[in-house]
Write a protein that binds this ligand. Structure first.
Ligand code: AMP
Ligand code: GLY
Length: 428
């Protein structure tokens, strides 16, 4: 099989790396890729956000299956274009991708199908939003969300009415996130711990993948601004088999069946971000793709052949609802550029990549990196994810950090507490 992976982050590096290990995979091509992906795939340029360009590349390469990493090509209809051209792609259509691209759609959809989530009001104007706030029906803290895609920044947890109204004005009047803030969702704050569940679905059946937990804040002890994710571990010790069965029955399958019933059949990776509340697991958000950095810890845990599973999901003929999973947990530490998630510099030479990769049980996935002569230099906010495996979370954490500490570049920073939550939950 010849696979084409679309994207250029550490998630796509993990996808390409994992697929290249399959016996059934002859070649992996990744577009546009990055400097690290060259080690496991052939890298070629593409305008990833342009469905026509992605389709033309898949045809030129005669790819048997195209796997899309990020959400933007999906929300622009790349799956619809491939379907019309009769070419196989794993990922939801534009309408199915609204589960991620419109929080209002996702909330109304969950209400229609009885999927547990926070109570909410969808507001189409700042006047309505401020009026909803004035009723105090959600109490405080309250959560204010821009409807559309805002690169993980469109959510504000407001502790009082002043902060909530400032957030509403920033989104709806000042349009801080552009059209993404034309509508907002005001929702009840849920208490609990967060975990993420991933399903690979063909539109009818689902294979549940290992669960994970992200570390969204920039600094230790969950302080600082929200980021795309500063580290992750898999599996989540908070989700045991009974909880996973409950998530399958009350969330994953009702979503898959509901989407099909509404003419929005969902094929691809369905990512459910959950709050584990006293009343059971509830949905915080959906993504229509694997997470980043979650993919870097989840995909290496999948045992057996992955490519045929992805192909069968894309083709609507999954023949199984489980996959083999490795026992050892994985912990992934993101090394970022100083200033991320705001302004940061690029073009800094990176040292120690080989030394990090030589630590037993460590793999280094590249995100924002580029080649400059003989050097590998930084090219983004999140630069690398260093993943360690171990017989328990402690060993996985210590290996990931042993690898990460060997890497250096001007302005490098990472959280020092990735995986501590897993150690506390699992070992007390
Ligand atoms: P989202 O982009 O929807 O995943 O939201 C970003 C983060 O905001 C989540 O990971 C949660 O930590 C927090 N969050 C979102 N919605 C809620 C809610 N209803 N209650 C509590 N925390 C929330
Ligand atoms: N790490 C969260 C995401 O990929 O959306």
């Amino acid at each position: 099989m010849k696979l084409l992976v679309i994207g250029s982050g550490a998630r796509e590096h993990a996808l390409a790396w994992r697929l290249a290990r399959d016996g059934s995979v002859g070649e992996v091509v990744c577009a546009p890729g990055n400097a690290g992906i060259e080690q496991c795939a052939r890298v070629t340029p593409v305008e990833a956000g342009d469905p026509e360009a992605v389709l033309a590349l898949a045809e030129r390469e005669a790819a048997d299956l195209t796997v899309v990493g990020p959400e933007v090509p999906l929300t622009r209809g790349v799956a619809d274009r491939f379907a019309a051209a009769g070419r196989l792609l794993l990922g939801p259509t534009r309408l199915a991708a609204e589960l991620e691209s419109s929080k209002a759609f996702a909330k109304q959809f969950m209400a229609r199908h009885g999927v547990p989530t926070a109570r909410c009001q969808i507001c189409e104007s700042p006047e309505v939003a401020l009026a909803v706030l004035a009723t105090r029906q959600f109490g405080y803290p309250v959560v204010i969300k821009a409807d559309g895609l805002a690169a993980g920044k469109g959510v504000v947890v407001a502790t009082d009415q002043l902060n909530a109204s400032v957030a509403i004005r920033a989104m709806m009047v000042d349009r801080r996130f552009g059209d993404a803030g034309a509508r907002i969702v005001i929702e009840e704050f849920m208490e609990g711990q967060e975990a993420s569940v991933f399903a690979l679905t063909d539109g009818r059946r689902a294979v549940l993948l290992p669960t994970a937990q992200d570390h969204k804040r920039a600094f230790d002890n969950d302080q600082g601004p929200n980021t795309g994710g500063m580290g992750a571990f898999a599996p989540s010790p908070l989700v045991d088999d009974a909880m996973l069965d409950r998530v399958r029955d009350t969330i994953v399958m009702p979503v898959i069946e509901g989407m099909r019933a509404e003419g929005r059949e969902f094929r691809g990776f369905l990512y459910a971000g959950l709050m584990l509340t006293a009343d059971g697991p509830k949905v915080v958000e959906f993504n229509v793709r694997m997470g980043d950095p979650e993919a870097q810890v989840v995909l290496p845990m999948i045992d057996g052949e992955l490519a045929p599973l992805l192909r069968d999901a894309a083709a609507g003929r999954l023949g199984q609802d489980t996959c083999r999973v490795r026992e050892w947990p994985r912990v992934g530490v993101v090394i970022a550029s100083a200033g991320y998630p705001d302004k940061y510099e690029t073009g800094k030479p990176i040292s120690g990549l080989g030394a990090a990769a030589s630590v037993p049980g460590v793999v280094v996935f590249h995100a924002g990196t580029a080649r400059r002569g003989n050097d590998i230099v930084t090219a983004g906010g999140r630069v690398l994810t260093v993943v360690g495996e171990g017989q328990d979370y402690r060993q996985a954490v210590s290996r990931a950090y042993e690898g990460a500490r060997r890497i250096a570049f001007d302005g490098a920073f990472m959280r020092k507490d990735i995986g501590q939550k897993a150690i506390r939950a699992a070992h007390g």
